[in-house]
Ligand binder design. Structure first.
Ligand code: EZ4
Ligand code: CO
Length: 412
């Protein structure tokens, strides 16, 4: 079972996606997601120039050995570009192994530990009425858990507020309600942490009052607070029983979580920008987090994500894999298979891909009564229509960024 072809497919149906497509000498096709939002072509070059030549002629059955070879032989370890490239190889090899075995990947990972994966959707609104409508809309779509993001008085453009509240924005609906936008330059947003901290607890109080105590509610702080600010917010939100507070401080400084943890029992989730198990080492060992937010696509694939989840299991830390639309249907399927198999699954973020994306990627997964299932097709269960993909060439797109009122660049 040797790899005979390795193509890197770039397509932009609703947004840019980078997919590695491996073919073996016995005709099996394996897909892997290598999409790095806003920096897609750097991974394309990494794969085409440096990885594809190493794959041709190698044994597709050797997933772990190939992973270790790509990680260790490069000498330059970690980083989002490297790890997205390795992730795509890892996923494609798991896909091939599943197809060779005639089994869905979750069976190869130990079989199902549950009937389905509880998913959460993104509700948002510029004000409370808009937010309540958005929560109801998500409940109608089938979601049983909801992330709540809201406008802040005095700020005009902020993270996580879906484009329906900004209909004039060019191309917004073409971009799956995600923060990235097509264009030559990144959009600029504004931010003020004190206004946000004053406003947010009242929003959660109102949401609890309207929707009752049962509905699991989540919130994403998007790396914007200092440790003390995050500690205060966690404390202020305790009465509203959040499922988690995500990315409350910038992820590089893991010590910050110690300060936050000392002051609040609001559960903490972090790691959507982490690349390796090393990024979680101290956070798991010191029990500073409750949920692992890594995505298979940015973490080197299924193999290392399973390792970090096994480590986390010893500390009762559960999964909450990153699932925005910039994870392609292939990367999403990869983490659904893993989530179904591991014992310490927590929740799965699920933003739905656009209609054009669903035509390019035919998916075997289902979403029923708030729960996802990867399906029972052999492998990952996703097929790429290469001709359809070719209709949507790459378009330059950037994530936005933040400035404070005085013009200082801030974390976003
Ligand atoms: O901003 O995926 O929890 N989800 C998020 C996402 C990220 C984008 C970045 O590519 O924070 O919306
Ligand atoms: Co996030």
């Amino acid at each position: 079972m040797k790899i005979v072809t390795a193509d890197v497919v770039v397509t932009s149906p609703n947004r840019n996606f980078v997919t590695l497509r491996l073919v073996t000498d016995d005709g099996l096709v394996g897909l892997g997601d290598a999409t790095l939002n806003g920096r897609e072509l750097s991974v394309v070059a990494y794969l085409r120039e440096h990885v594809v030549p190493l794959l041709i002629g190698t044994d597709a059955a050797r997933i772990e050995d190939t992973w270790q070879f790509l990680y260790r032989s490069a000498y330059w370890r970690r980083g989002p570009v490297t790890m997205a490239a390795i992730a795509s190889v890892d996923m494609a090899l798991w896909d091939i192994k599943g197809k060779a075995a005639g089994m869905p990947v979750y069976q190869l990972l130990g079989g199902a530990s549950r009937k389905g994966l509880m998913a959460y959707g993104h509700a948002s609104g510029a004000d409370l009425p808009e937010l309540f409508d958005s929560i109801r809309h998500h409940q109608e779509l089938g979601y049983r858990s909801i992330r709540v993001q809201t406008g802040v008085p005095g700020l005009t453009k902020i993270y996580g507020i879906a484009s329906q509240s900004r209909p004039a924005e060019a191309g917004a609906e073409r971009y799956d309600h995600e923060p990235a936008q097509r264009g030559a330059l990144p959009a600029e947003e504004d931010w003020d942490t004190r206004s946000y901290l004053r406003h947010l607890p009242g929003v959660f109080e109102a949401v609890r009052h309207e929707f009752g105590p049962d509905l699991p509610l989540l919130h994403d702080g998007h790396h914007r607070m200092t440790p003390v600010q995050a500690a205060r917010l966690g404390k202020a939100l305790e009465p509203y029983d959040l499922f988690w507070l995500e990315d409350c401080t910038p992820a590089e400084n893991q010590e910050a979580l110690r300060v936050v943890r000392q002051h609040t029992t609001t559960p903490l989730a972090i790691g959507e920008v982490f690349n390796t198990v090393w990024d979680f080492q101290g956070l798991i060992r010191e029990q500073l987090i409750d949920y692992v937010r890594a995505a298979s696509t940015h973490f080197g694939g299924i193999s290392p994500l399973r390792k970090v989840m096994d480590y986390a299991a010893q500390y009762q830390i559960r999964s909450g894999f990153h699932g925005p639309t910039d994870i392609s249907p292939v990367g999403f399927a990869a983490q659904l298979h893993l989530g179904l198999a591991i014992h310490n699954f927590g929740i799965q973020e699920y933003m739905q891909h656009g209609e054009r994306t669903n035509r390019v990627f035919d998916q075997g997964m289902t979403f029923v009564d708030g729960h996802l299932h990867p399906g029972d097709r052999p492998g990952l269960g996703v097929e790429l229509d290469v001709d359809e993909a070719g209709k949507f060439p790459y378009e330059t797109a950037y994530l936005p960024y933040n400035r404070l009122a005085d013009g200082t660049v801030h974390d976003w």
